[in-house]
Write a protein that binds this ligand. Structure first.
Ligand code: GCB
Length: 611
């Protein structure tokens, strides 16, 4: 799955895009093999048995009133018919299909032909399907989705047998703290490229020491049918946010020479929200590919933000200015649709992020939708981009290779985003185990071979004196639930414990440190005075005590940020410690503020003006 690029499908003079979102047919497969044995992919799913309507994008779990659908373990099937215009054949287009995320594993058939398969949710995959489609006719796409998590999947889970009457039910268990939603979670695109096309572009930006000249290094790769000797030319234009040409670069080059550098005098640099009057400034790189004497073959427009990123033992800087992260951990999660992409929801979320004065968040605990990342680029929200390496245990070579794949796919997708300021390779791994050292050493080395321009972090929660992972990281994140899971109700311990722990991490590794999680479950509307666990008062006071520690730490160089857990309440597996899910949000699952949101807002805006 790592061959070639995974550019987001965008319409242009040479490309057409159709969304296949909408209502698909859906069928649960209680016997995991049945659909394969009976070859459900060779006919309409509705001809194989009864189907129900299922929206795409969405998780399927919360759409019906059926427990057996919500809690299903194993395979489900989807299908949909779509039309491929005959004009696409006349133009000689390549036809592609792209899934932005299917969780966890997917197999896709086009008109009965197995076209692609993919493992690891949250990351896109695509395939050229020209030879499978019928032009000017209806076509069918069938998808089998498997949500099973094992010790060798990312994230990890376990299957257990539960004897029920005279049969055995298979139960999925996992230790991570979010519901294992499944289905076709993001958009499905049908799109075209010409037969020779721009397959990928890698962009690195920098700022010259004069502080005003931007540099854009680009490297274009081409796909499709052409002979190596053919001379291919790429016009590379830089446009500003209003579409005006800034720089035109006409390169006459062979295939090996599709790279170059654009100098942008007086560049409008990419800045985080509230750090500059114009945050998130995005230029547009317009790529026009042309084969010898045949006019323009392909046009692709790639947004680009110009910034540099540097770090040392104490600071992380953007364009030479030290940054202090004010943010959260988050989830892709909401009522009914689960992890399904919802444009209304994600737009509201960014309005809330800005309302509260945050400048950053972590994509805990997996990569988020590209549409969400686009907002981060455009609005100047800094992203700690995390792969699904959550709660790692039982380190094995298979797991490590999959972990590396997930990072490679994530970097391939997000490498050009100015908002991405760190790669997070794990959350709360069992980093005290001896094997963790070699495991993390090799994953870090692997990530560095793809991207040396961004620091690597992992979010740790073992005691610093037993940790084996931090030595390989550039920046240390730590999670700690003082006065919640430990010393419950004793808010007075927070200040000293947080300060103390941050120092210890820094002292052990001599690297910048940020607090990646702290918080308290809170039932909105529960008021208890003096404050008591689960009340709004308790969450507010727990925040306040942390703020005191952060203020003391901020005066020291090495402490680079604070992130509360969580932005909003979210669903989890059923346990007796979760009342309708995890309630540590400062917003409810419906995105209404708890008292803590108003409290945090005062702090984040104050910090924004101070720094
Ligand atoms: C953690 C995890 C997060 C949980 C959180 C909690 O340490 O990183 O996924 O949701 O604690 O609320 O327990």
């Amino acid at each position: 799955n790592l061959q070639g690029g995974i550019l987001y499908p965008r319409e242009s003079e040479s490309r057409e895009v159709k969304l296949l979102d909408g209502i698909w047919n859906f069928r649960l497969s209680l016997d995991p093999l049945m659909g394969f044995k009976e070859k459900w992919f060779t006919k309409d799913l509705s001809k194989t048995g009864s189907v129900i309507p299922m929206p795409v994008p969405s998780s399927y779990n919360d759409i019906t009133m059926e427990r057996k659908i919500r809690d299903h373990v194993g395979i489900v099937w989807y299908d949909k018919t779509f039309f491929v215009p005959d004009s696409w054949r006349q133009f000689g287009y390549h036809v592609w299909m792209r899934f932005s995320s299917v969780h966890y594993a997917a197999q896709v058939w086009i008109n009965g032909h197995l076209a692609m398969s993919h493992e690891i949710g949250h990351l896109p995959f695509h395939r050229e399907i020209t030879s499978f489609v019928q032009f000017g006719k209806q076509n069918r796409v069938t998808v089998a989705v498997d949500n099973t998590l094992l010790q060798t999947t990312l994230p990890q889970g376990l299957l257990q047998d539960l004897p029920v009457e005279d049969t055995v039910e298979t139960i999925q268990t996992y230790t991570f703290d979010f519901f294992n939603y499944a289905g076709i979670h993001r958009s499905v695109h049908l799109y075209t490229t010409p037969t020779i096309y721009i397959d990928d572009v890698k962009i690195l930006t920098d700022v010259k020491t004069d502080g005003t000249t931007g540099l854009i290094h680009y490297n274009i790769t081409i796909g499709g049918s052409f002979s190596k000797e053919e001379s291919v030319m790429c016009f590379v234009d830089l446009l500003d946010q209003d579409g005006n040409f800034i720089v035109r670069k006409n390169r006459n080059s062979t295939l090996d020479g599709l790279s170059g550098t654009i100098e942008v005098p007086n560049a409008k640099l990419w800045w985080p929200y509230l750090m500059h009057p114009i945050p998130g400034y995005m230029y547009m790189l317009q790529l026009q590919l042309s084969q010898k004497d045949s006019g323009i073959n392909d046009v692709y427009r790639q947004p680009v933000g110009i910034r540099n990123l540097k770090w040392n033992a104490t600071t992380l800087t953007i364009n030479g200015k030290p940054i202090y992260l004010r943010g959260f951990g988050r989830h892709e999660d909401s009522d009914i649709r689960g992890k399904g992409l919802d444009l209304a929801l994600i737009t509201k979320d960014y309005n809330l992020i800005k309302w509260i004065g945050a400048n950053a968040y972590r994509t805990s605990h997996y990569p988020y939708a590209e549409e969400i990342m686009d907002f981060a680029d455009q609005q100047g929200i800094m992203i700690i981009n995390e792969c699904p390496g959550v709660d790692l245990v039982n380190y094995s070579i298979i797991l490590r290779n999959k972990h590396m794949d997930s990072m490679a796919e994530l970097i391939r997708r997000d490498k050009n985003r100015p908002s991405v300021i760190m790669w997070s390779i794990a959350n709360e791994p069992r980093s005290q185990l001896k094997e963790a050292a070699e495991y993390f050493r090799s994953v870090v080395e692997f990530v560095k071979s793809y991207d040396e321009t961004r620091p690597i972090t992992a979010v740790l929660n073992r005691a610093e004196n037993e940790d084996e992972a931090g030595q390989y990281l550039d920046i240390i994140g730590f999670n700690r639930y003082n006065s919640w899971y430990s010393n419950t109700g004793r808010l007075e311990v927070i200040r000293e414990k947080v300060e103390d722990e941050a120092y210890k991490w820094h002292t052990k590794y001599n690297k910048p440190v940020f607090m990646a999680e702290y918080g308290a479950d809170t039932i909105p509307g529960l008021h208890i005075n003096p404050s008591y666990v689960w009340s709004e008062e308790y969450q507010v006071e727990l925040l306040s005590e942390h703020f005191k520690a952060f203020d003391a730490l901020r005066k020291k160089q090495f402490f680079i940020g604070e992130m509360i857990w969580n932005f909003a309440d979210f669903n989890t597996a059923q346990t007796v410690t979760r009342v309708g899910g995890n309630k540590k949000g400062i917003f409810t699952r419906q995105r209404q503020p708890k008292a803590a949101a108003h409290h945090l807002r005062k702090r984040y805006w104050l910090l924004a003006t101070e720094l």
